[in-house]
Design a protein around this ligand. Sequence first.
Ligand SMILES: Cc1ncc(COP(=O)(O)O)c(C=O)c1O
Length: 416
Amino acid sequence: MYMTSKTNHALQSSLANFDNADGELKVADRLITEIAGEAGTPFYLYDRASLHKRYHQLRQALPADLNICYAVKANPNNSIIRELDALYDGLDIASKGEMMRALDAGSTADRMSFAGPGKSADELKFAIENDIGAISVESAREIDHIRQICQDNNKQVNILVRVNPAFELSSSGMKMGGGPKQFGIDSELVPELIKSLVDDRYLRFHGIHIFAGSQNLSAESIADSFDNILRYAQTLRVDTGVPLPIINMGGGFGIPYIAKATPLDLQAVGLHLSRILQSYRTELPETSFKIELGRYIVGECGIYVSRVLYRKVSRGETFLVTDGGLHHHLAASGNLGQKMVHRPMPITVANKLDHPLEHVNLVGPLCTPLDTFGMRMELPTANEGDLIAVFNSGAYGYSASPLGFLSHNHPKEIIL
Ligand SMILES: Cc1ncc(COP(=O)(O)O)c(C=O)c1O
């Protein structure tokens, strides 16, 4: 029996993903105290079984002919990329560094698609020389650079035009389309651009890419965004007369971070997608459809584990000071965009799941008041040596944190 507030839906759903024995969290059949004893705290722990479970949920819910790609930025750990590259239909990369990591992890360039508003000449050259699957172009100048690199190297490259749509992704924690944006090319400019690419000697026009936003828990708003994307694509197809071999529809599927959040209704998204893809098949017969997910694929497989160093009381309030903090896990401190991940994330005392609850301030070791994972939050009663688990830490955790801040050791990353 877990001692967690029944109204903390996010924590309840995180705990349900893992086993426990005698009030202690188990991951991959191992007690958390054993794992922590061997590894030393703090560490990120990734659970392979959760990755596979999520893959099967996605494949079962979404149309069979929809390609699902993994966005490496969510977690570029070598073992994670290796695992996910084997499961999914391709990788979305956002830098030369991510491409090198993906190659290191055993993937091949033809499975990769490269997006980002500021790709340098060096990055583009590396991608083109290694025969990347496709590049999403985000400005007219970038197209000039790519053409020049192709010409210099006598190469051709597949191009997706990343579109900055006129619509926004409502309910998303971070909007990346609609209005003036650094991402993509404004939708009204796209038809002329596409027509100009048709007979290009170096750039093979391969379709469009729209990524409208991230961390969305509303199936309805995700469905709306897919509707808008396909309506736009269909009009584009008719207006230009140019086939769209690929439509990358983004995704932005979210996971529940805060107490009142409930998980995304994946079945509803899947049903809607099946319906609309079916209805567009006749109008876009040459198109294959794709989404690219990061957080939803990898977020819930990860737990960040730290140890309580001190329990202290200041003017009536209890503080648990741990050996992990915002330098390792910026999102858990609420500082990676307040609209994206609110504090507190789903957190518990991993070796005392069944202890009575109390209200405490959970803080890290850094000399800044920003270094807290939750103030007056409800946690099982903990003492020095106990283990704090921050769930939903598999995405935008380790690699999205200021690891050098205050020069503490970096946390280990363990995959079991
Ligand atoms: C172009 C692109 N694709 C995919 C993603 C992954 O988003 P998420 O982790 O929300 O699925 C992002 C995130 O910013 C992105 O910018």
